[in-house]
Ligand binder design. Structure first.
Ligand code: COA
Length: 339
């Protein structure tokens, strides 16, 4: 038995920030951001909206799409948690009225959705849960220095959710074999140095060194990450295809993590997938980490571009470093459009 996709939902916060908006305060231009990243605008959380509330709304929509009122477990992938402790998943489960069930968070940055799918599949395959609500939710713009032109234009906020159930491996929506990997030797290429146990105190109290303000924000080495992203996503996608016994010609849609349009296109080119089979929404949402892949799936399904029976290759790469890929045949499910 395996995990089968039976519902999907997503949420974008209402505040849209365009490249022109950013260039009012940053030394950048719409032209630079568009041509180097493919991003035109992104959403920002605002008062009253954060990782937990976005997860609740996306989760509600996924439960409605699956036409179920209960599940056995809730997993939230996020690298922008509400608080360092506790995990947000129990609160999300409670706010959704799902009862005292298994609920936990998972941190795997931009590959969080792939790691979460694999984890949810594991819960189902082991018989721990028959149904899982899995949500990727990120308010990562709150962790990015608004004055840093090398990171501020790239990220956006949002959430995407899926409901998975136990089913046969040949059922439409059944997740294929996974390829997952990591390289912790390159952890510093994308990191937020402070806030965790390693570098915690802001005031130098209790014998800790004072934390420089910049350490509370994301630090990113864009160039080497770019190279790693193309290489790792390509290798991972190829490995998942091989395990599923698919060739690139079998793939109707490549749904790759939206970090940079140039990365997505370079991976597609390496995989020999033509542009018309490459799903893209980075222009409207930016890099939304663990929410990226489900937001993209929801977008394409809601407007009818992603149809039942089509073969989908999912792949993501992110901080850690970490990466993952899998395959599925798209099932007959309802997806609501989000603006
Ligand atoms: N506006 C204008 N100029 C900018 C800029 C901005 N927002 N950000 C950087 N620049 C400048 C740099 O200072 C540099 O100037 P220099 O040539 O005078 O030194 C020039 O643009 C090129 O910078 P570089 O960093 O080499 O650009 P790039 O083509 O690599 O694009 C990224 C930068 C970040 C968009 C790209 O490297 C990338 O997408 N990397 C992967 C990031 C990623 O995936 N992160 C999440 C992990 S999933």
């Amino acid at each position: 038995m395996t995990a089968v996709l039976m519902g999907i939902g997503s949420f974008l916060p209402p505040v849209t920030v365009t490249n022109d908006d950013l260039s009012r305060t940053l030394d950048t231009t719409d032209e630079w951001i568009r041509t180097r990243t493919g991003i035109r605008e992104r959403r920002f959380v605002s008062e009253g909206i954060s990782t937990g509330s976005m997860a609740v709304t996306a989760g509600e929509r996924a439960l409605r799409s699956a036409d179920v009122s209960g599940v056995d477990a809730v997993v939230v992938a996020t690298t922008s948690p509400e608080r360092l402790c506790p995990a947000v998943a129990p609160e999300v489960a409670s706010r959704l009225g799902l009862g005292p069930l298994a609920a936990f968070d998972l941190t795997s940055a931009c590959s969080g959705f792939l790691y979460g799918l694999a984890t949810a599949s594991g819960l189902i395959a082991a018989g721990t849960a028959d149904t899982v609500l899995f949500i990727g939710s990120e308010a990562f713009t709150t962790l990015v220095d608004p004055a840093d032109r090398t990171t501020a234009p790239i990220f956006g906020d949002g959430a995407g959710a899926v409901v998975l159930r136990r089913g046969e491996p040949d059922a439409p929506g059944a997740l294929g074999p996974f390829d997952l990997g990591s390289d912790g030797a390159l952890a510093d290429l994308l990191a937020i140095p402070a806030g965790g146990a390693r570098q915690r105190s802001a005031d130098g109290g209790l014998g800790h060194a004072t934390v420089p303000t910049g350490d509370w924000y994301l630090r990113m080495a864009g160039r080497p990450l770019y190279t790693q992203a193309v290489e790792r996503m390509t290798q991972s996608a190829q490995a998942a295809l091989k395990r599923a016994e698919w060739s690139a010609a079998d793939v109707d849609w490549f749904v790759g993590h939206q970090a940079n349009i140039r990365i997505v296109r370079a991976v597609a080119e390496e995989l020999e997938l033509p542009g018309e089979r490459v799903a893209v929404n980075i222009d409207r949402v930016g890099n939304t980490l663990a929410a990226s892949v489900p937001l993209l799936l929801n977008d394409y399904a809601a407007r009818g571009d992603l149809k039942a029976g089509q073969r989908v290759l999912l792949s993501a790469f992110g901080a850690g470093l970490s990466w993952g890929s899998t395959t599925l045949v798209w099932p007959e499910i309802r997806a609501e459009s989000v603006d």
